[in-house]
Design a protein around this ligand. Structure first.
Ligand code: BGC
Length: 363
């Protein structure tokens, strides 16, 4: 029997027992009964575990903070731990949440393949697993909640090919262990392909960055510039962290603001670079929407309720029922209508290095 169902039956039994012995339920023990009911309700608080790869990028701190606040508001318990990119640590932390009796385990895996062990361990205890933002591959994971990650790559590719329809392109991707990094790349390459086939765009450098490290991305950009004698016309970076690394390398060659660079996440530092003309665009994924949707669906999983999904994504083993949200392009021109309007970052912070006379009017 499903664990939550058992809990409900336990409460129902407590209530029925009281009714059955109604005559015995006199005024003197009414208070005791009330306390028992409260205790039973207390035990019934939904407990969710969230095993995270990392808190390094600013967005993951937002994910954590929003989940904590939402859980508090909904009166549910949430346990969150981050593994700092260590697979064994992530498995151990998840194991610990399983042994604490979580009703649902949410996982943002460091390694898409290795994390399949977490799904097995949780399923052995009848605990459903929700793949958060990043897909767990080769597993029977119950639900996947994320953004349309191929679309993130499409948006980067579309934006930059419109700006630079010909020339030497550099692709700096994310962690090979993260399924998203492959989806972002596929999305961007699908857009570049016809340009490459026509001989208009030449992909002169194409590398992934271990663990999404900005320092790796910086090295890639340095290598790409050296190998091509600085003749690079556009750079697709998979996220804002790697974009930051690439921009440091471009700055050594006085090419910042000259060579367009893409990103993703709408990190504060990236938004500042965008309004300062140092980074061309970013892909904004409203994290509050992701966190709230995931938590709502996790609660439904815990209650054994039907889940409304809007997609399925194959993870090499099954078609995982998925809920995918829409990513949004952000550049200098729509910064006010997106990031500022949504209160994702405060106006004063985003424009802090922009001369007052050059700032747009705050809303
Ligand atoms: C996420 C990105 C993030 C990257 C590095 C990806 O899986 O979707 O938002 O920048 O991981 O943490």
């Amino acid at each position: 029997m499903n664990k939550r169902l058992k809990k409900f039956l336990a409460i129902a039994t407590i209530t029925t027992l009281c009714f059955a012995s109604l005559i015995g339920c006199n005024n003197s023990n009414k208070e005791d009964t009330k306390k028992d009911d409260e205790k039973a309700m207390d035990k019934d608080v939904i407990k969710i575990g969230f095993s995270m790869d990392t808190l390094k990028e600013e967005r993951w701190q937002k994910d954590r903070d929003i989940l904590l606040a939402e859980a508090k508001e909904k009166g549910i318990e949430i346990i969150i731990q981050a593994a700092n990119g260590d697979d064994n640590k992530q498995i151990a932390q998840a194991e610990n949440m399983i042994s604490q009796g979580v009703d649902v385990l949410m996982v943002a895996p460091h390694n898409a393949e290795v994390a399949a062990a977490i799904v097995e361990n949780a399923h052995a205890e009848n605990i459903p697993v929700l793949s958060y933002d990043r897909l767990i591959k080769n597993s029977d994971v119950d639900l996947y909640v994320s953004f349309d990650n191929e679309k993130v790559g499409n948006l980067q590719g579309e934006y930059i090919t419109k700006l630079v329809p010909e020339g030497n392109y550099v692709y700096i991707g994310g962690a090979p262990t993260d399924n998203n990094a492959h989806l972002f790349k596929k999305g961007a390459m699908d857009i570049l392909k016809p340009f490459i086939d026509d001989g208009k765009i030449k992909l002169v450098y194409d590398q992934m960055s271990k663990d999404w490290q900005p320092s790796e991305a910086q090295k890639h950009m340095e290598n790409a510039l050296t190998a091509n004698k600085n003749k690079v016309n556009a750079v697709i970076c998979a996220n804002d962290g790697t974009a930051g690394g690439a921009i440091s390398a471009l700055s050594e060659q006085q090419l910042v603001g000259i060579v367009p660079v893409t990103g993703q996440d709408a990190e504060l530092a990236a938004c500042q670079r965008i309004v300062e003309g140092k980074q061309t665009m970013t892909v904004y994924k409203p994290i509050p929407k992701l966190a709230k949707t995931a938590l709502d669906l996790a609660i439904k999983l815990a209650m054994g309720e039907t889940i409304d999904t809007n997609n399925t994504v194959n993870n090499n083993k099954i078609d995982v029922p998925s809920y995918l949200l829409e990513p949004i392009v952000v550049d200098k021109d729509n910064m006010m209508d997106t990031i500022i309007k949504d209160n994702y970052h405060p106006f004063e912070e985003v424009y802090k290095n922009v001369d007052e006379k050059d700032r747009p009017e705050n809303m």
